[in-house]
Design a protein. Sequence first.
Length: 274
Amino acid sequence: MKIYDCHIHSDNSIDGKSSVDDICKTAIEKGITAITITDHATPMPEGMTNYEHIEKCVKEAHTAAEKYKDKLLVLVGAEREDLYPANYRERFYDFDLDCVLGSAHSKPTFNEYFPEYGYRDIKECSESAPLDLVAQVVKKYYHRLASIAYYADVDVITHLTFMFRYINGYNKRGLEIEPFYPEIDNILKGVIETEKSLEVNTSGKALDWNQFMPNAEILKRSYDIGGRNITLGSDAHKKENIAFAFNNAAAMLKEIGFTHGSYFVKRKRYEYEL
Ligand SMILES: [Zn+2]
Ligand SMILES: [Zn+2]
């Protein structure tokens, strides 16, 4: 099976540990076909603007692409954080990116909807907050992600169930996911209608939760309403986790009926056989 890892963070992300060059070397050692470096498109690390660290990542990835061109396809994109106000100039779109990932992380949701609680993120909140509050936040999160799925200029919708990794995986709160299926189905529909790709994120498998995000049941819901575009992403923040559990993910996808994975070059979708 060919391996395309379309979601990797380099040390140009504040939480990334490995350089672009080290990521490439490890990918070659692991026999990977192609990687896409997708650093966070937010103002980080501290002191750098949204533009500068993506610019640096793009330069490093282009250098690596040339250096390793006979051994590895090196692509570069960005993990676009939340929807920003219309006047926010997202200058990274000026770059010739291969792929833009669409994500909603939890911090903006807390800042906007629950400022009085002072929680920093979903990990902290879901440790102690009343479960009905956590459920409200998850609902808001899905509304936000739906607007990205339907309206944002992105190619892939990432880690659809990542809040549950913290709520249930990390904090063992046992919040049922089924009540959110209407919101989740709406996002799956948005991905299909706008011809985006749905990510199967394997980072939970590498870290603290033994589940793909989303899991087989949700992927089957997508398949059953016509979803066929699937992108595999390790969301690796260190080189060791590149393409983690991709063989298992591919086996799960094939069992559901998926036959191909997707990757993006210059924002155009291409397919490979799973
Ligand atoms: Zn993310
Ligand atoms: Zn990420």
